[in-house]
Design a protein around this ligand. Structure first.
Ligand code: ADP
Length: 451
């Protein structure tokens, strides 16, 4: 037991002894003297309680003077108060430093709170990049100030892994990348970075690839036409040069395919849709692709099966979806050299709507899987070329799937086969949640979802 408690017990004992002495020395009864002693003790406590209440309610007053257990209580409370003040000062300094550093940041930072995403705090860059004003805009819902539909969709999507690219609301020449992260109960941090230069570079690269591909188209058509004519001619010259002419024709066709795929990729990148957004009868498309695949399979005669739900339709761009499905099915045919099985499926489950191609082909080693959708990435370049591949098929697949908010999932075991699966969100079955004609999502070249 600590000493203040001893003092307190001695104090009580003292009072009891005083009450006994009072009975012995005076004519008062024991109960009266005890009552006096207890009252004195109670009055002391009440006075100290009063001091405590006054001290707590008036923060600036000095610590009340007291002895015994009350002195200890006041002392401990005083130390607690000092500790809190110190912590508060430390926190205030930290907050000041944090605010200074974020204010000096070249990226815009906005703290949003509540379900309405009201603005709580903004830094200096947010005034320039997002056109927000302080203090006028504090407390306002951010959606009243940044009205781009893609921003509003992104804000409530809860998708913290992705960011969006959009023009600055204050200057359409500035391209921003916006990222929103939740960080505490009902609070979000909106970060915006100026990516104008990067955007321009991307634009230049896209235009360059598109222009070069376009320029190559005509010469290639001419070369292909003449080579074919020379091959068809029955004269001595053609017979003598038959082999070189055949090689020229093969390579020209390959180059034409590459140019076509590059042009298609450029179109997909610049968000020009290949067709109109509509309800797509996927099962029908798959039936014709499976039929074509059986023809391409030729002598190898793969066992190609199709299990497609005929009532399962999604909203999308039919031409683009066809290119995804045919790329994956024809890859399965091409990379399953010996007679093998290819299973094509179109189905829905609780996780979404899926298109899958399972083959018993050569398979792909795990180190290649993350890079397969890069342009011109091929596991075996010579083999891809000999199969007539361009190395652009899976890049096209990825782009189209992105535009349809779908993901490509690949599983593969060398020597056993591969599974390529496209996962569409369940919402794909409803028109409202897909890119609309006003370019609210990915159709508009200005707006882009960046993973
Ligand atoms: P390519 O025109 O070369 O087929 P893709 O982009 O379609 O280009 O595919 C990239 C690479 O992925 C291919 O070169 C091949 O190595 C590998 N690949 C694609 N599909 C399969 C498959 N079903 N089985 C094995 N490898 C595959």
């Amino acid at each position: 037991m600590s000493s203040p408690w001893f003092q307190e017990i001695w104090r009580i004992v003292g009072l009891l002894v005083a009450a006994l002495l009072g009975t012995l020395l005076t004519n008062f009864s024991l109960s009266f003297c005890l009552l006096l002693a207890v009252s004195a003790y109670l009055i002391r406590h009440l006075r100290n309680l009063n001091n405590l209440q006054e001290w707590l309610s008036q923060k600036k007053t000095p610590v009340p003077d007291a002895v015994g257990i009350w002195g200890e209580v006041f002392y401990q409370l005083y130390r607690l108060q000092l500790r809190n003040r110190k912590r508060k000062r430390k926190l205030a300094t930290m907050l000041k430093h944090f605010q200074r550093s974020t204010a000096a940041m070249p990226d815009a930072a906005v703290v949003l709170y509540g379900g309405g995403r009201e603005i709580e705090w903004i830094n200096k860059a947010a005034t320039q990049l997002l056109g927000l004003k302080t203090p006028q805009d504090l407390g306002q819902a951010i959606t009243n100030l940044i009205r781009a539909p893609i921003f509003q969709q992104y804000l409530y999507s809860g998708d913290e892994k992705n960011s969006i690219k959009m023009p600055s609301p204050s200057d359409s020449n500035i391209m921003l990348r916006l990222h929103i992260v939740p960080y505490s109960d009902n609070r979000h941090l909106l970060l915006a970075r100026d990516v104008t230069n990067l955007h321009r570079l991307e634009q230049i690269r896209r235009d360059f690839v598109a222009n070069v591909s376009h320029e190559l188209r005509t010469p290639l058509t001419v070369i292909a036409g003449f080579t074919e004519t020379m091959l068809d001619a029955e004269d001595e010259f053609s017979k003598q040069w038959e082999r070189p002419l055949q090689l020229m024709a093969q390579q020209t066709t390959r180059m034409q395919r590459i140019v076509d795929d590059l042009l298609l990729l450029s179109r997909l990148e610049s968000d020009i849709p290949m067709g109109k957004l509509q309800q797509v009868h996927v099962a029908e498309i798959l039936e014709s692709i499976a039929e074509e695949a059986r023809i391409v399979s030729g002598d190898i005669a793969h066992e190609i099966t199709l299990d497609a739900d005929p009532d399962l339709m999604i909203y999308g761009i039919p031409e683009e979806l066809r290119s995804v499905f045919s790329n994956l099915v024809f890859n399965a045919v091409r990379y399953t050299i010996t007679q093998g099985k290819i299973q094509i499926r179109w189905y829905a489950d609780v996780d979404g709507i899926h298109f899958s191609v399972l083959d018993t082909g050569e398979g792909i080693a795990p180190e290649h899987l993350p890079r397969l959708t890069e342009r011109f990435y091929r596991v075996d370049v010579a083999r891809s070329r000999s199969q007539g591949g361009t190395g652009l098929g899976l890049a096209i697949v990825k782009h189209v799937l992105n535009r349809h908010h779908a993901n490509l999932h690949i599983e593969s075991t060398v020597g056993e086969g591969s599974l390529f699966r496209c996962d569409f969100p369940l919402s794909s079955a409803q028109q409202l949640l897909l890119p609309d004609d006003e370019g609210m999502m990915l159709n508009d070249e200005e707006y882009e979802l960046v993973s």
